[in-house]
Design a binder for this molecule. Structure first.
Ligand code: FAD
Ligand code: NAD
Length: 509
């Protein structure tokens, strides 16, 4: 089976006829004039201009420069890295880690024979470590721009034509940047809710929740998605009473239902409270705290909840304000996402879009893949992103990671399937470190054994999932994973055992 997968993959790569040199890129670019307007010859005009320096934009800019294209990236924030590095993935993971250490110190260390007379939270120090991580990383990207000779313009970009962007620079004044190909990578912003004004103090978005100056006694989170559960975990571990109000009947509605139920139980054990099928109908900030009026999603009696801080985390919207899309006629859908074809080209020749601003999962690694593929297409190469194989991870404790289809999706497709599961309670490493909550669940096609989806709830599921991501990308079977020797004692052995349980029987349960 493993050999069969490899042979298939090799044939696939050969069929793609991957080319690597800028000379090849030039050759292809002129033959693909529908998608690209060729490359710059003069010193003024860029081959590629990228608007937005987030994971989509900065990666696209570096890749374009590496392909030999003259490239400029425009970013309004003053630092590179976008939402993800500045106010998203990185600061949230810093706080998740710090708060987890505090929680371990207060809840688990004694059981391992490590005792303290007292443990306290130094919130300014915690925030300073988070800020240091962010500034090191954002400066690192500036270094990468220099190394790869990407021109960096700090300012707000707006289209004046399909090949010209006017930039109001941060220092004041404006300049015009010209490009044969322009990539829109302007990302997303928090979705506001009617009647709720975010002041980033008492009613906060994720940005405010990453910078609170004291631990709120009571925190209400609106939306049980990625941000709500991660930021709710941070403040819950540091001592807040956390109540999550969710409109849908379930937390993280996109998650496999069986995993989601176990995940919710785990968060409830950590004292997170959930009000599902509930909608917020009013907010009152006239007193010291915040009063939130909620009612059942289907209608019914209203209840008033009180909190020191309310986090609005009910999704994000594409950000295109002030970009001048209407001026050049770029098409968007009903919720403002820029429409692109499978080469990331918009309806306007030479204008492309990637990342959170287009349809697809709003994830940093997906934006990066978009960025690479988009410039590969511009350079006449073959880009490739498969949104069905993009992993998703919720970085709580335990983490929940998944790739491919949920059991509900497989059922809906009418595919005959097998399920293999293995609990971390039966995994020797998890028991050794006394952190054994969680499960691996694999879904495979009954006839071919091809893996359709993998879902892991475990302390480091976000790392464990990548074996499954690789397997799914190479069309592997559950037997392919099961027959690979895994090191002992590791958490990864649970994936091997779940794979054995899918096509045959596990050993250790
Ligand atoms: C709290 C939080 C935690 C997150 N955690 C994770 C995580 O752990 N893993 C994960 O995969 N994803 C995570 N995400 C999502 C992730 O941040 C986004 O999917 C990702 O940043 C999208 O990248 P992007 O390049 O498309 O857009 P962005 O990162 O939003 O970058 C767009 C950039 O464009 C700039 N810009 C916009 N308009 C203009 C203009 N007209 N001119 C110049 N510049 C402009 C903006 O200033 C911004 O810097 C998180 C998000 C949040 C809010
Ligand atoms: N670990 C990660 O990869 C990570 C972390 C944070 C954010 N993100 C990304 O950022 C994006 C935004 O995150 P998010 O958590 O804001 O969105 P989300 O889409 O993950 O979750 C929003 C939740 O809010 C609920 N909701 C919507 N309207 C509501 C209302 N009026 N009242 C109550 N609940 C309501 C939805 O049903 C959903 O469960 C996500 O798409 C995610 O991909 C990813």
């Amino acid at each position: 089976m493993a050999l069969a997968s490899l042979v298939r993959r090799k044939a696939y790569l050969l069929s793609r006829n991957l080319s690597n040199s800028p000379a090849d890129a030039l050759k292809y670019s002129f033959s693909l004039s529908n998608f690209s307007r060729g490359f710059a010859s003069g010193s003024e005009e860029n081959d590629v201009v990228v608007i937005g320096g987030g994971p989509g934009g900065y990666v696209a800019a570096i890749k374009a420069a590496q392909l030999g294209l003259k490239t400029t990236c425009i970013e309004k924030r003053g630092t590179l890295g976008g939402t993800c590095l500045n106010v998203g993935c990185i600061p949230s993971k810093a706080l998740l880690h710090s708060s987890h250490m505090y929680h371990e110190a207060t809840h688990s260390f004694a059981g391992h024979g490590v005792k303290f007379s007292s443990v306290e939270i130094d919130l300014p120090a915690m925030m300073a470590q988070k800020d240091k991580a962010v500034s090191n990383l954002t400066r690192g990207i500036e270094g990468l721009f220099k190394k790869n000779k990407v021109n960096y313009v700090k300012g707000y970009g707006k289209f004046i034509s399909p090949s010209e962007v006017s930039v109001d620079t941060i220092e004041g004044g404006s300049t015009v940047v010209k490009g044969k190909n322009i990539i829109i990578a302007t990302g997303s912003d928090v979705k506001s809710l009617p009647g709720i004004t975010i002041d980033e103090k008492r009613i906060v978005s994720s940005t405010g929740a990453l910078a609170l100056q004291e631990v709120p006694k009571k925190l209400i989170v609106i939306g049980a998605g990625y941000i709500g559960l991660e930021m709710g975990s941070v403040w819950g571990r540091l001592g807040s009473e956390v109540t999550v109000v969710e409109f849908a009947p379930d937390i993280v509605p996109s998650m496999d239902a069986e995993i989601r139920k176990q995940f919710q139980r785990s968060l409830e054990k950590q004292k997170m409270k959930f009000m599902l099928k509930t909608k917020v109908v009013g907010v009152d900030t006239s007193g010291n705290g915040v009063k939130l009026t909620v009612e059942p999603a289907a209608g019914g009696d209203q209840t008033t909840l009180e909190a020191d801080v309310v986090l609005v985390s009910a999704g994000r919207s594409p950000f295109t304000a002030g970009l001048g899309l209407e001026k050049i006629g770029v098409e968007t859908d009903k919720i403002g996402r820029i429409l692109v074809n499978d080469r990331f080209a918009t309806n306007v020749a030479g204008v492309y879009a990637i990342g959170d601003v287009i349809p697809g999962p709003m994830l940093a690694h997906k934006a990066e893949e978009d960025g690479v593929a988009c410039v590969e297409f511009i350079a006449g190469k073959h880009g490739h992103v498969d949104y069905d194989k993009v992993p998703g991870v919720v970085y709580t404790h335990p983490e929940v990671a998944s790739v491919g289809k949920t059991e509900e999706q497989v059922k809906a497709l009418g595919v005959d399937y097998r399920v293999g599961k293995f609990p971390f309670l039966a995994n020797s490493r998890a028991k050794a470190i006394d952190d054994a909550e969680g499960i691996v669940k694999i879904l495979a096609d009954k006839e071919t054994d091809k893996i359709l989806g993998v879902h892991i709830m475990a302390p480091n599921a976000g790392e464990l999932i990548h074996e499954a991501v690789l397997a799914i990308n190479y069309d592997a079977s559950s037997e392919d994973i099961a027959r690979v020797c895994h090191a002992h004692p590791t958490m990864s052995e649970a994936l091997k055992e779940a794979a054995m349980a899918t096509y045959d029987k596990p050993i250790h349960i």
